[in-house]
Structure formats: C-alpha cells, structure tokens
Design a protein around this ligand. Structure first.
Ligand SMILES: *Cc1c(COP(=O)(O)O)cnc(C)c1O
Ligand SMILES: [Zn+2]
Length: 436
C-alpha cells in the first residue's frame, strides 16, 4: 500500500512528503503537522473496521495487530507495516472509580490510565510511531529532551529498532526510576546543567546541525500516535463521546494531539459532537493557563517550578497547535496548585488506581472546575492519567510520606502483629485516610 500522507508547516504552510528526514520545517524551523490521509471508510463503516480489530484480537496476534495505536493505522500512519516498531502499546483501561468520582465531584468519572503502557507512560503511543518513522527515513540516531518519561520511552523503542538514542535531561530534576529506565534500555544520557527548557532548545539545535532525528512531541508523528488515546477512549465508550476530557499539560503535545484527534474523529464520522478539552497545568508551570485567561493574545514563558516533574515546563514547544486544540473544542485551560495535585493523587492512589504526581493534575483540574461551576456534576468526564505510580513514588527509605498510611516497624513476633491488629479498633484492615 503506497502512503498518501503529507506533512505541512504550520508557520509557512509549505508541504513535504512523509519521507522528510527531519522533524521540523526545513525551510523555517516551524512545527509540522501530518495532513490526514482520507481513510478507506467513514462513519459506521470506519467504526466497524476499528471494532473488528478488537474482536479479532488474539494472544497470538503480532504486535502490529495487537497494538492499541496501530489498530487505528489508517488515521495514524497508513502503509508503515514493514517498518513498525511496536511492543505492542495502548489497550489501556478506562477505569471507573466511584471514590475518585466523588472526590472530583461528578457522578460519572472515568480514568484513562495511560500509565499502563509498556514503559509506564502515554509517551509509548507517540514513540512507536516516531521510531517507526525514524526507520522509514533511515535515521542514523534519534534524540529527545525529556523530563523523564519521553527518554524512557525513546530509549526502549530505539533499542528495539536498533537505532542509537541520545537523551538530554535536566541534571538532578528527573525522578530516579525514569532515569534508571532510560539508562537500562540503553540510551546515551546527557545530564544538562539547566532546566527542561534548556534541554529542549539544545536538542533542537543539535538535531538541526548534527542531523539527529528529533523524537520530541514537536515531531508530527508523535502527535499522530498520541491521537489514539482519544480514538481508543471513544471506542471504549462505544463511540459516545463524553462531555469533557481532562489532561495534564506540560509541553502541550497531548493537548495538541487530543484536539487533532477529536476534529478528525468528527470529520470521519466517528463522533457527531466534540467533547470539550480541559488542559491542566501546575500553578508553578502555567504559561498556557495564563495565556488562556487573556484570550491567547500572546505567548507566555515562565521559569517552571512544581513537584509534578513531568509537567515542569516553562516554554511549551507545541504552543500554537495547543491553542488551536482549545479553540476548536471550546476547551478550558487552568492551573492547580501542588497541594491540589497531591491531594488528587492521594485520592487516585487510595482508590487502588495509582498514578504519578503530574497525572493527578487532570483530576485536580476537574475538581476545581466543578467548584467553579464550569463542569456540572451530571456531566460525563474522562480524566487521563499519564504516568504510572512507580514512576515517581517519592518514598523515603522508611516508606513514610508517600501519602497512604505510614508503615509500622515491628520485631519478628506474632504478638506485634496482634498488637497492630488490635489497635485497628474494629479489627478490619487499616483504611486509608479519606481526602476531603
Ligand atoms: C510528558 C508527560 C506529561 C505532559 O504531557 P505534554 O504532552 O508534554 O503536555 C504529563 N504527564 C506525564 C506523566 C508525562 O510523562
Ligand atoms: Zn515552514
């Protein structure tokens, strides 16, 4: 099958073929977007095509057949099968939790848990496509700047493809588990004495001057893969779109991908109405929320600081296309404080679902919008959890301060256990403190 895709520069509008070996516009350095190919079917027939692949899914399927990204191949990267690098990824659950719904203040809340991807974050959805594309353009090396999850994902997929990878991370500001993952998967790690925004600037320069293929979400093929978070969620909802979709926002790749996915889903007849996007930033890293409050009249840049390291970004790369996504979906952008993020995380963790701190921003954002009267308690809401709890558990050696009940030290004696059980009062297992 010959591929009929073009990529277009958002800045100068020039178009290029999809075998372009660099990830930004070669003429003006602007961001590129994939112009969607016309799918072989629309509406009901397209839903049936995607649904038939779910029912045909077997344990013996190839990664390509089993992937929750490549299931939507016609809307992602058609005709790439020969080069696909897949784990597989995707197929993440849409978790219903009454406890978290109550916490957020809505009757129907579901959590799309992207932390259950192969390397523990949604980044795998974009990376399978970016590394497949790296193979198609015969890239000799791939690189990214990262707050930790992109680097872990890049390292894994590049190694599976046999392509050397280089990652730039801010020195001392990446969660240890993410760094360990990245190194173990075989990437060459550069610890940059600076912040994420310095890493991003540097890797863009390096990819332009040194010919390394850029795998950040500025890469349009990452966005095409991340669209499938939305396609898969809609499929799980039997193609009945929720009222709102909430997502944590850092570099704005996901916000951009979600907007593009929703517009295409409507254009190709998968849904007839656009849900509204909620893009949630941490208060200490909220340039996009500040700009939203002013009606997006100008771009903001800040020095970022928040406990949620995955969204500690002050100068987001996918700014323009994220603005378009918010406008097209009549979306809302807001900032929530670190305390609100940690309280939401405790609620998600205590419900047995669990996520890393940045992920909890989505639920914290929903709760805040319910309080402001923008989201109604009767609305159907999906909140995306972007990363796994183990990515950034913040434990001390003793296990204290994680957020759940503190562990208790005992000597190896049954009587000690008896004493603890006795102190639980009614003899039931300890309950986690409820967050109000
Ligand atoms: C990358 C990441 C984000 C931020 O997503 P953007 O697309 O950069 O806005 C949020 N949460 C987690 C866990 C991430 O890894
Ligand atoms: Zn251009």
């Amino acid at each position: 099958m010959s591929v009929v895709l073009t990529v277009q520069c958002a800045k100068c509008s020039r178009e290029f073929g999809d075998r372009l070996a660099i990830a930004v516009c070669p003429e003006c350095n602007g961001a590129l977007a994939v112009v969607p190919a016309s799918p072989p079917a629309r509406g009901q027939a397209l839903k049936q095509l995607f649904d038939s692949r779910v029912t045909a899914h077997s344990l013996r399927a190839t990664a390509y057949e089993a992937s929750g990204v490549w299931r939507f191949r016609e809307l992602v990267l058609p005709g790439a099968e020969a080069d696909v690098v897949s784990f597989p990824e995707g197929n993440t659950p849409l978790v219903a939790s009454d406890a978290v719904a109550r916490y957020a203040g809505v009757a129907a809340l579901r959590l799309k848990h992207e932390g259950l991807n192969p390397t523990g974050s949604f980044k795998d959805r974009g990376m399978t496509v970016a590394i497949t594309q790296a193979r198609r353009v015969k890239a000799t090396a791939v690189a990214c700047a990262s707050t930790g999850n992109t680097s872990a994902s890049l390292a894994a997929y590049a190694s599976r493809a046999g392509i050397p990878s280089l990652v730039l991370v801010p020195h001392g500001k990446v969660a240890p588990g993410k760094l360990a993952q990245t190194i173990a998967y075989g990437a060459r790690v550069l610890l940059v004495r600076g912040d994420f925004d310095d890493c991003m600037r540097l890797v863009r320069e390096a990819s332009a001057k040194l010919g390394v293929y850029l795998a950040n979400s500025l890469n349009p093929f990452r966005i095409e893969g991340q669209k499938t978070i939305i396609f898969e969620m809609l499929q799980q909802c039997a193609w009945n779109a929720p009222d709102w979709i909430a997502v944590p926002a850092g570099n704005l790749g996901n916000t951009s991908a979600f907007g593009k996915a929703l517009v295409e889903a409507r254009e190709f007849g998968l849904i007839d109405r656009l849900p509204r996007l909620i893009s949630v930033q941490a208060a200490g890293a909220a340039p996009f929320a500040a700009a939203f409050d002013e009606g997006f009249v100008r771009r903001h840049r800040v020095k970022a600081e928040t406990i949620a390291s995955a969204i500690r970004i002050g100068d987001p790369a996918s700014w323009d296309r994220a603005v378009a996504a918010i406008r097209e979906t009549d979306g809302v952008v807001l900032a929530v404080g670190d305390d609100a993020i940690l309280a939401a995380k405790r609620s998600i963790d205590a419900a047995g679902v669990g996520c890393e701190p940045a992920s909890a921003a989505s639920v914290a954002g929903v709760r805040e919008l319910v309080a402001r009267g923008i989201v109604d308690s009767s609305h159907r809401v999906v909140a995306v959890l972007t990363g796994h709890l183990l990515k950034d558990p913040m434990p001390q050696e003793t296990g204290r301060g994680v957020g759940g009940p503190d562990p208790i030290d005992i000597s190896p004696d049954l009587s000690e256990i008896e004493r603890v059980i006795g102190s639980l009062g009614d003899g039931t297992l300890p309950t986690v403190p409820t967050v109000s």
